[in-house]
Design a protein around this ligand. Structure first.
Ligand code: ASP
Ligand code: MG
Length: 412
């Protein structure tokens, strides 16, 4: 008999029909003789709707009250799923985050879990044969204020419970069948990935559609909780996310992601002397703006050109900051380009394999796609191209690495 944590996302709970399907899926697992803890998100787009509602009443909603509001979405799901299970003749019991004592710090809307005080309550209910249904995304502070764990935070609840319960598996049931080598919406032969390391998952998620909340993957990595992302509406195995050492067949490249959320900022003729970059990026950081890629060109006549990318949503904010910086540094001018896209290849095999970057660049060159910026990490290479070339670029790189076929192993 195994102890299984199953997390169902909002899209799998959007309608009564989908909830009934989820109920059957839970029962199937229970019938195998397993102990089941179910973690659920709010149904469908509930959280977005609640946020919109709040912003209709307040320009800057109070964060404590925001958490009070948002936690209601998950509370709906636990009650409905438990009712449905009971209706089918099973013992089920719902718990809010507070009821199982998910103790967090006081950072409303993105609280951190400190510990789970009520884990014995869950164990006791499991012992009595209950299917335990826990509200994701929420916790409680020492002062008994309700908190939430950041968008997508139900994933974190599931990982934290799996860790605390020493569960045999932590499954994420989603409306997609797993993690893919590229977005199947744009790459026809994108393939489901069998196994990924935590780091690869985080790198893949930091750009494209977030399959799992990144904080939850980080938590899983820290505590070594093996994750399984799979489809709600299929029996097929999905994607296992585990520690790198446990991956027998390491592939060179696991997947390709992209985003069209960034803008490129260029500062022309910036004085080239010590302390300038520190000054510029300190100002930008102080404004709460995240910088992604940075390049600095060869210096000419004591000046240099500096380009970097930020999220497009921060463009308005950065204009003010750049104005201020310019007063101090007297650079020539700045350019804002919001028609860029970022394409990245990710794979642990890059650590030991050479030639990945050149292969990627060649694939782009063959399609006459110009690379505007490049950045690399140990397991990722990213390039900036024109926004309208992104789909073509992703397809070209996917093909160059043969990702449509069974993955290429790194030879030892
Ligand atoms: N309902 C919350 C959200 O939409 C938490 C979650 O879905 O995991 O962000
Ligand atoms: Mg959600």
């Amino acid at each position: 008999m195994a102890l299984i944590v199953q997390k169902y996302g909002g899209a799998s709970l959007a309608t009564p029909e989908k909830m009934l399907f989820v109920t059957e899926r839970i029962i199937k697992e229970k019938k195998k003789g397993n102990s089941i803890v179910v973690v659920v998100s709010a149904p469908g787009d509930t959280t977005d709707e609640l946020i919109d509602f709040a912003y209709k009443l307040s320009k800057n909603p109070d964060e404590r009250e925001m958490d009070m509001l948002l936690s209601t979405g998950e509370q709906k799901s636990i009650a409905l799923i438990s009712m449905a299970l009971i209706d089918k003749g099973y013992k089920a019991k719902s718990f809010t985050g507070a009821q199982v004592g998910i103790l967090t710090d006081k950072t409303h809307t993105k609280a951190r879990i400190i510990k789970i005080k009520g884990i014995n309550k869950i164990k006791e209910a499991l012992k009595q044969g209950y299917i335990v249904v826990v509200a994701g995304f929420q916790g409680i502070t020492e002062e008994e204020d309700i908190t939430t764990l950041g968008r997508g935070g139900s994933d974190l609840t599931a990982v934290a419970l799996a860790q605390a319960l020493k569960a045999d598996t932590c499954e994420f049931l989603k409306d997609v069948k797993g993690v893919f080598t590229a977005n199947p919406g744009i790459v026809k032969d994108a393939r489901k990935i069998d196994v990924l390391s935590y780091d690869e998952m985080m790198e893949l998620a930091s750009d494209g559609a977030e399959v799992l909340q990144n904080r939850s993957v980080e938590y899983a990595k820290n505590y070594n909780v093996k994750l399984h992302v799979r489809g709600t509406f299929t029996e097929e195995e999905g994607t296992i996310i585990t520690k790198e050492e446990d991956i027998m067949e390491k592939v060179v490249v696991s997947g390709i992601t992209y985003n069209k959320k960034e803008a490129k900022i260029s500062l022309l003729e910036v004085p080239d002397k010590p302390g300038v970059a520190a000054f510029i990026f300190k100002k930008i950081a102080d404004a709460g703006i995240n910088v992604d890629m940075i390049i600095q060109n060869i210096s000419q006549k004591g000046t240099t050109d500096l380009s970097f990318t930020i999220l497009r949503k921060d463009i308005k904010k950065i204009e003010g900051v750049l104005g201020e910086i310019r007063k101090k540094l007297q650079f020539k001018k700045y350019l804002i380009d919001d028609k860029i896209g970022k394409v990245s290849v990710v794979g642990v095999g890059m650590k030991t394999h050479i030639g990945i970057a050149s292969k990627m660049f060649k694939a782009l060159a063959d399609k006459k796609i110009n690379i505007e910026m490049i950045s690399t990490s140990e397991i990722k290479i990213s390039v900036v191209v024109r926004e309208e070339k992104v789909e073509q670029a992703v397809n070209a790189v996917h093909k160059a690495f043969n990702l449509g076929q069974k993955a290429l192993s790194v030879e030892k």
